[in-house]
Design a protein around this ligand. Structure first.
Ligand code: FPP
Length: 248
């Protein structure tokens, strides 16, 4: 049965964040090297972006490369960067056709120039789209992002532009990479790991977490719809009691 048919279209999360994990293990299971798993992972990315468009998820953030991933063997880092450039270049017409707007978060200046240029071109080409915003977290970590935000705010205080009493959670949010989008209501992590790994620590404060043993290259539309259905069965209380929620 197509799980999409069971989804309540009035209760679809506006923003889903995903830690795409398990490419390396998937490849090993096939007797291949890790890069093969990353290549196959691109097919899952394509399907999940499409699935978001089908059910009305407006924002999708994918953790594609963390600041810690720079510590992987050089061949793997180089292959991931090449894959990224090739994928963006190949997929941009398709993204455009499906109304997908590409955006990035993270320390983009630390990426190879070819990667920055390809990303910028795709961002420009897809800038007018509005069906789904695909946000790639690249050379991203939450501690990096929050440190960056705190430095910017401290500088403004030093320069006398604002006072320390002006620092509110809203002001901090304005200095995060994600300031223009709503916080994710749902965070999915594949491959059986139950960690948040320095991903959107601030923005996930009230998100529902969904963990699955499925490895990222095997995670396809029906797996995504299953996660959405699990989300729809959760009671989101935001610190209130269950009774208060049901009275509203
Ligand atoms: C984690 O699996 C995955 C990554 C670090 C890279 C994710 C990249 C892709 C899916 C391909 C490119 C994406 C886009 C958006 C074009 P892992 O290598 O940590 O797997 P393991 O835990 O089994 O070793």
């Amino acid at each position: 049965m197509d799980l999409k048919l069971s989804i309540d279209k009035n209760n679809v999360p506006q923003h889903v964040a995903i830690i795409m994990d398990g490419n390396g293990r998937w490849a090993k299971q096939q007797g291949e090297d890790r890069i093969f798993g990353h290549h196959e992972g691109v097919n899952s990315v394509r399907e999940i972006v499409e699935a978001c468009g089908e059910i009305g998820v407006k924002h999708l953030t994918l953790y594609a490369f963390s600041t810690e991933n720079w510590n992987r063997p050089k061949e793997e880092v180089d292959a991931l960067m090449e894959l990224l450039v090739a994928t963006i270049s190949l997929e941009t017409p398709n993204l455009n056709k499906k109304g997908v707007k590409l955006q990035v978060i993270g320390d983009i200046e630390s990426l190879p120039k070819s990667c920055q240029d390809e990303l910028q071109e795709s961002i420009n080409i897809t800038s007018g789209n509005s069906t789904v915003t695909l946000i790639l977290a690249l050379s991203y970590s939450s501690k990096w992002e929050i440190t960056h935000a705190v430095k910017e705010i401290a500088k403004q205080i030093e320069e006398g532009k604002i006072k320390s009493s002006d620092v509110t959670s809203r002001l901090i949010e304005k200095h995060l990479n994600t300031s223009q989008w709503p916080d994710p209501e749902l965070m999915i992590r594949t491959s059986g790991e139950h960690r948040i790994s320095n991903f959107l620590l601030w923005q996930l404060a009230y998100a529902e977490f969904y963990f699955t043993d499925t490895l990222w290259p095997d995670f396809r539309k029906q797996d995504f719809f299953k996660a959405i259905l699990a989300y729809q069965n959760r009671e989101r209380r935001f610190g209130k009691t269950s009774d208060q929620i049901s009275q509203n």
